[in-house]
Design a protein around this ligand. Structure first.
Ligand code: SAM
Length: 221
């Protein structure tokens, strides 16, 4: 099974039947970490301060949220934005978002996302600009995002701090004894990200940070 579909199954079971069977992240050497399902059902009061910074930088314009999952942060976006849409590749995660919020929701892969629309704000929450496996794919993603963005507007994202220039993890998910196909997650250091963005005529600003994460604003130069 594809990892993101298994992720969606776990979200749906919790949403529909309050069933908590924790999902595990399984690394290439078979070390495991629990990915708490409840995390994806939090309220604003439980948000980290960098998440609050991200939402407090959203203003009354059009927004596309990419890889939204359950969209637990929907109430914060609804308060701040007039027109909003969201996409996620996982059908079950989208079903949770639809059943909880019934709004403009689409199952879509951002790497093949076709639209003529442009947005003032793109949000990428907890995703690092990076569920891919090469720097070339990061370039490709950035070009797609830039195409979706109105001039003079911004992307907001939460981005992991790392010390190496970049590293790639091969990851599987396990849920209810099913182990998913692997996916690859590239993390890149912020100075490398800055160089990549500059090649696409984009610039970044750090809005907030803690020991592990940045909240970034990315704009056209
Ligand atoms: C770590 S979750 C982050 C979800 C949410 N933004 C949050 O803050 O909790 C990653 C999400 O990215 C989605 N995803 C992964 N690859 C995607 C792609 N190519 N296009 C759209 N969504 C994708 C997954 O289905 C999953 O819901």
């Amino acid at each position: 099974m594809q990892a993101m579909e298994l992720f969606g199954e776990a979200m749906y079971d919790y949403h529909k039947w309050n069933l908590i069977w924790e999902m595990e992240i399984v690394m290439e050497d078979w070390t495991r970490y629990i990915d708490w399902v409840k995390w994806y059902f939090r309220d604003y009061k439980d948000f980290d301060s960098i998440e609050k910074t991200l939402f407090n930088n959203i203003s009354w314009k059009s927004l596309l949220d990419i890889w939204c999952a359950t969209w637990y942060y929907f109430p914060e976006i609804e308060k701040r934005v007039e027109n909003f849409e969201w996409i996620d590749i996982s059908k079950k995660a989208i079903l949770v978002a639809q059943e909880r919020w019934y709004k403009n929701v689409k199952v879509a892969d951002i790497m093949n996302y076709k639209t003529n629309k442009k947005y003032d704000i793109l949000t990428l929450v907890w995703n690092n600009l990076s569920i891919w496996w090469t720097i070339e794919w990061t370039h490709k993603l950035i070009e797609i995002l830039k195409w979706l963005l109105n001039n003079n507007w911004k992307m907001l994202c939460i981005f992991r701090k790392i010390e190496e220039e970049y590293f790639i993890s091969k990851i599987r998910l396990e849920y209810k004894s099913i182990i998913s196909e692997p996916f690859y997650w590239i993390r890149i250091r912020i100075d490398l990200l800055e160089n990549i963005l500059n090649e696409h005529w984009l610039k970044l600003k750090i809005l907030d940070e803690n020991d592990y994460w940045y909240c970034l604003e990315i704009k056209k130069i």
